[in-house]
Design a protein around this ligand. Sequence first.
Ligand code: C5P
Length: 314
Amino acid sequence: MRSYSLIAPAKINLYLEIIGDRPDGYHELAMVLQSISLADQIDIRSIGVENIVVRCDHPLVPENESNIAYRAASLMSKQFPDVFAQYGGVEITIHKHIPVAAGLAGGSANAAAVLVGLDLMWGLGLTRGELQELGAQLGSDVPFCVGGGTALATGRGEVLSPLPNLDDIYLVLAKYRKLSISTPWAYKTYRRKFGHTYVTDTEGQENSGQRVHSEPMISAIANHNHREIGKLLHNDLEKIALPEYPQLLKLREAFASENVLGAMMSGSGPTVFALTESQSQAEQVKAAVKAKISDPDLEFWIAQFNSSGISIAD
Ligand code: C5P
């Protein structure tokens, strides 16, 4: 085929613990990541000239080589130059539905879709592991976005262990349109404020990363105990974002006071989400929080947990 349309789901964090500094300048993390049904659509097609073209009509998404989707195509063209020359370039069209700079890995999901799409279009037959290795060169969340579902992520986020599916949980997400948080800023500020708590020796870091396997969140997921999952939501980066942006704390509290399993900020924010047992409950929570915080800048989405990562659109 000369073209493919792919679905690229967003992710939320159910758990994000910062363990320490890594020699490569990143942070050693222990995270539980979850794909959700809120997704972008990525269309890729071969074009006549040996070139990479990115199109997106969202004002905050660049159409040049700084776009991570462009970088994904560029990486593939360098890894497989003969195939790239044979197919003669690629045009990538991003239909944006995932909010940008929101803590939902929208850019990483787009990059993962380009890797999967080019593998299919160029008939490379790469394994999931090979695609994830390429993804790790583009960003810490890209390997997870390839396979999606529910997973424990350690290292800088690229070491993945799959967890059981939770696709009967729903959620309502909310984000202030005009508020975005830079991920490097969030981690840098965390280091400045909490660096003294970091586990410093490599062995200690690995042990801490391993220990999370037995953490209560993992057992709650294994037992499909939705109430426990809601109670055990944890994100160290809330300690940075919530004091800096009091409106996020208010939003989180507004969600938490409703009939929800739990509420939290995702990743480095600023999206806040609440988990519910059903879609109708999610709709009710959305209506209640909308009535409580009547700010036209606040945007809402309803979604469901998703058991897969990148897939081909129907
Ligand atoms: O890997 P990615 O490009 O998505 O990371 C964005 C930024 O988040 C990094 O530049 C770094 O500042 C921070 N980060 C980190 N440790 C991680 C993942 C991300 O410090 N494990």
